[in-house]
Write a protein that binds this ligand. Structure first.
Ligand code: ADP
Ligand code: MG
Length: 447
């Protein structure tokens, strides 16, 4: 078969297995250079794509080749500059710098642990030292010191990193660990009930030594899930198994949490993570730069650390963006360039996102299907996510109300205006809404 045609067939296969956005981003400018003796050479436009394909989509490509009846042992990704540099830079600018964060890598299917989060690369400062110390003690002696351990702090301040570090430390001693975001736990309970397979769901948690549940605030108002969790909690607790929880607020501030769960949470150790001080922000930037093997001057690091104060994820995002720019242009990362790049981030951190991404993120966050978002159901649990989606389309992308209506399955512009106003009002009056939007924006950067 002719090379180009063969590659097209492979891409068609691949396309079936990954999202359209992913496909467009990573496969669009690829080409088959050669295919001989079960070895394949694929041209890719830049080093990001190379890393990404190698680490994330390699198996998908291999599968696709196999499904076309060919054998392949090895794929070599070769960087080929296909376009003029200027054009390429323009294009790359449109991409989301967070794609550089190979977030999903090598996540263990069974434990859900991501090996990139460890105590070794967790920087400790006054703002998080209590949480760190407690986490470390628990990792050393699970089930015996602080049980449960409850860590809370605002978005992007390192809760997941810390929780995962405990898990990654504990599995070294071949104990059974399970990390699960609360949203996933909720979905598990809901599906268990729906399909009458609650026992299978419970079995998953029966024999665990360390159970880690992230973002427990999402249990708020979910009574059935809370009840299930209460039983799981008690079973494990009575067997002296360790339970570790995180939330964006302390237990007493989680609304609609049954009293018995609240008192369980408060029965162990509660530690918070605050906003990082300047020195620690600097230290984190340096650690991350080192991890990514780039040289960044003190001046540039200080400038970033001075300007991004309340979110370590954003701190890292800024660094990624600088590195991306450097890799593409070959220019040194200097203070002048940093100022320009940072200005864009500070003015609109979620620039360059697409409406599809917004719908995806909202759908993921509220666990509501995208077609429901665009549909006409008046159910409360769908109406609010729909309004949030419209709100974000307006705020993040500055779309006109009629256009948003069209995107949302043909709604009247007055409906969109009403939704926008409603969410805006909630945002002004309720901290919960602020937190929810912050979390959705966080998902937005990774879908
Ligand atoms: P949260 O779960 O609180 O929203 P994350 O744990 O996801 O925050 O942290 C956001 C990003 O910041 C991650 O990439 C994480 O590695 C990084 N990070 C947070 N705290 C630290 C720290 N103390 N040292 C190094 N990196 C950190
Ligand atoms: Mg988190």
């Amino acid at each position: 078969m002719e090379k180009d045609k063969f590659w097209q067939s492979i891409l068609a296969e691949v396309q079936l297995n990954i999202s359209q956005a992913n496909f467009n981003t990573w496969f669009k400018n690829t080409k088959l250079i050669s295919f001989e003796k079960e070895k394949m050479e694929v041209a890719v436009p830049n080093s990001f794509t190379k890393e990404w394909l190698k680490n994330k989509h390699h198996d998908t490509i291999m599968e696709a080749v196999k499904s076309l009846g060919k054998e392949v042992n090895d794929i070599n990704y070769v960087i080929k500059k296909q376009e003029k540099r200027e054009e390429k830079v323009e294009k790359e600018k449109g991409k989301n710098e967070n794609q550089m964060e190979f977030e999903q890598f090598h996540i263990d299917q069974d434990t859900n642990l991501n090996p990139k989060y460890t105590f070794e690369n967790f920087v400790v400062g006054p703002f998080n030292e209590l949480s760190h110390a407690a986490a470390y003690a628990v990792a050393e002696n699970p089930g015996s010191v602080y049980n449960p351990l409850f860590i809370y702090g605002k978005v992007g301040l390192g809760k997941t990193h810390l929780l995962q570090s405990i898990g990654n430390e504990v599995i070294k001693s071949s104990k059974r660990v399970k990390y699960i975001p609360a949203q996933q736990f909720i979905t598990g309970v809901v599906n268990g009930i729906r399909s009458g397979q609650m026992e299978q769901f419970k079995d998953k948690y029966k024999d665990i030594d360390v159970l880690i549940i992230d973002d427990i605030q999402f249990l708020s108002g979910k009574e059935k899930t809370q009840e299930e969790f209460f039983h799981t909690f008690n079973d494990l607790y009575e067997k002296n198994k360790q339970i570790i929880l995180s939330s964006d607020r302390p237990p007493k501030s989680i609304r609609a949490l049954t009293e018995r769960l609240r008192s369980r949470f408060e029965g162990g150790m509660i530690a918070d993570i605050n906003f990082p001080d300047f020195e620690t922000r600097l230290a984190i930037l340096k650690t991350k730069a080192q991890e990514k093997q780039v040289n960044i001057s003190d001046e540039v690091c200080s400038y970033i650390a001075e300007n991004i104060q309340k979110n370590i994820r954003e701190l890292e995002g800024a660094l990624n963006k600088l590195i991306a720019h450097h890799n593409l242009t070959g220019k040194k990362i200097d203070i002048a360039g940093t100022k320009i790049i940072l200005k864009n981030i500070l003015e609109s951190p979620t620039k360059n996102i697409s409406p599809t991404q917004i719908l995806k993120a909202v759908s993921k966050f509220y666990d509501v299907s995208e077609s429901d978002l665009k549909g006409n159901s008046r159910k409360k649990e769908i109406v609010k996510p729909r309004q949030v989606a419209m709100f974000l389309l307006r705020e993040e992308l500055d779309y006109s109300f009629p256009y948003i209506g069209k995107k949302m399955g043909g709604k009247d512009h007055t409906t969109v205006m009403y939704s926008h106003k409603k969410i805006k009002k909630e945002l002004d009056n309720e901290d919960d809404m602020k937190e929810e939007l912050a979390l959705i924006k966080q998902i937005l950067l990774s879908v």
